[in-house]
Design a protein around this ligand. Sequence first.
Ligand code: ZN
Length: 262
Amino acid sequence: MTPRASNTLPLAEASKLWSLYGFTSPKELILEDLAMAMNIFVVDARLDSAAARLVRKGDYGLIRVSDRLRFSGQRRFAIAHEIGHFVMHRKVSQLLACTDSDMRASYRSSPYEIEASIFAGALLMPRELFQSRIVRTVPTTDVIKDLASEFDTSLTATALRYVETSKDYCAFVVSENNRIRWWRASDSFAKHNLWLDSKNTLPRHSAAAAFFVEGEAPKEPIQVDLKDWFGEMNDIDSDYVIEQAIPLTEFNQVVSLIWLPC
Ligand SMILES: [Zn+2]
């Protein structure tokens, strides 16, 4: 039977590395140096379908990162993901090839891929440090971009981390071709029977749908009826939500950040 993904193991392992190497800020987290200190060598290489690969021989590892990962945030996430496999999955495989979709902590992935991606998010954006930056904020484009710049992470990974670590009611939805691809809600929000069907068409009046239908999403956050996004099965006490759409034009995707009005 396939084991379930652990949430605590990757968080503990990522946190252990911050303590062990005495990192205090994201600027000190140079992944190639960290990898080298762990006997892992990182190279950029041409890979056919994988985003990154890890080969292990005993206590040594080689990470190959695809040279098509053009953005620093994407590349760092891929390296951190492979370090996660190296640390946690010694007995699973000596050779792992991870695709773009493995790099997401999606519930459809194998438990090992989920664990490696949780590890990567936690290594790049440690909870306490990240939480200290999001207190009294709402996830507007400017806030997510500033965080992504500070932590040197992709907008998608940063927006996801915002929702994962937020104590407020908020959700994160990635859409593609006017359909929901995957989503997450903050712990407090998820408790209210919140549900979205992946693959469903985006709500007609959502900011994300405007990008796919009209070619441009509103730059500022907009109000959307709560039931347009989340139907009527939830028990959230609000008529509407605020949605900030962040188009990722190079991937033809939109990240929506959704929160409740104050
Ligand atoms: Zn992987």
